[in-house]
Design a protein around this ligand. Structure first.
Ligand code: PCA
Length: 327
């Protein structure tokens, strides 16, 4: 008995030493993501982490915590900034009140197809990096959502059909959009969308076909109008001080995996825009193209919002839009 106890103690001690030495060389990065495992965004985050873990030769281990399970969406940006976690993912538009460049990500009718959205991303990247650098953060990759379409429980042929309805918003820009559409904005996180519809807290929303599929919107929605208003993105970013602590080889592993994740995310966004719209139709939602009236009304709102954004974003904003148009 005594012997066994002694042997166990020795084993335990050597396990501790082993643990301590491997911990000393390996950094462990907890990576909170806002959306659930069913979303393509979290799938991309998981392949990013797997690639890093496979190539970092034990120097870095990234663990994804999806669906706000470690840190809730509204807290993720601050958690990375304050080094509570070294890395995280957020929906860019949510940060709109911190810097106008984050608002640009949700401006309607500026870049409505994937080629334009990629150009807008490239044109805005220097300003995006600059805004993040101010907070000692670095951008690792972005991943888009399919274009944002209109969900409702009746046909919407013009803005007057939406008048007075409660519209889900998910960012400062979309709250402004809801105002301009003559609706009342109600801020509802993705995880509460189904319940918000069934309890009549909201009557309509503008989001991707993917989010409608992920939340089984056919249970609470009858109509889907393909307004393709904008193509927003999630971004994965790291705290620069934590990144700088990695050796240069491991940093390169992270940057390479990020570049691959970005390619994967953009390819998935393009593909899901088509397949998820098909799923909505197959599940019984009436999918239709917007009427010319609705489209012109929405495009006029888009012009207003671009102008408002330019006023807010000043010379930097002007430079971004000039770079976008020059592409
Ligand atoms: N889905 C996310 C953000 C954009 C999108 O398509 C959401 O609705 O919360």
């Amino acid at each position: 008995m005594k012997f066994i106890a002694k042997k166990a103690a020795v084993l335990f001690a050597s396990a501790l030493t082993l643990g301590a030495s491997s911990l000393a060389s390996a950094a462990r990065w907890d990576m909170p993501t806002p959306y659930g495992d069913g979303t393509h965004q979290t799938q991309v985050a998981r392949s990013f982490a797997e690639e890093v873990n496979a190539n970092a030769q034990g120097k870095l281990l990234i663990k994804v915590h999806s669906g706000g399970s470690l840190i809730k969406h509204p807290e993720i940006h601050r958690a990375v900034k304050t080094r509570q976690v070294p890395i995280g993912e957020v929906f860019i538009g949510r940060l709109g009140n911190l810097d106008p460049i984050f608002k640009l990500d949700n401006i309607p009718f500026l870049a409505t197809d994937f080629d334009s959205a990629e150009k807008l991303y490239q044109a805005s990247k220097p300003a995006l990096n600059k805004a993040l650098a101010k907070e000692n953060l670095i951008l690792l990759y972005t991943s888009p959502w399919p274009a944002q379409d209109l969900y409702s429980n009746k046909p919407i042929n013009s803005l007057s059909d939406l008048s007075g309805l409660k519209m889900r918003s998910y960012s400062p820009t979309t709250s402004r959009l809801a105002d301009l559409m003559g609706t009342t904005p109600v801020n509802i996180p993705f995880s509460d969308v189904a319940q918000a519809f069934t309890t009549n807290a909201i009557d309509a929303m503008v989001t991707s076909p993917s989010t409608g599929v992920n939340s089984q919107s056919w249970d609470y929605i009858s109509h889907f109008t393909t307004i393709h208003a904008w193509i927003p993105k999630n971004m994965v970013f790291a705290n620069k001080r934590m990144f700088d602590r990695l050796d240069s080889k491991t940093q390169q592993v992270v940057l390479d995996a990020a570049a691959n994740a970005e390619k994967q995310g953009w390819a998935l966004g393009r593909r899901l825009a088509v397949t998820h719209t098909e799923t909505l139709a197959k599940e019984g939602i009436k999918v239709s193209a917007p009427s010319q009236t609705l489209l012109s009304e929405l495009e006029a709102i888009g012009d207003t919002m671009v102008n408002e954004w330019l006023q807010e974003a000043g010379a930097d904003g002007k430079a971004v839009l000039q770079a976008y148009k020059a592409h």
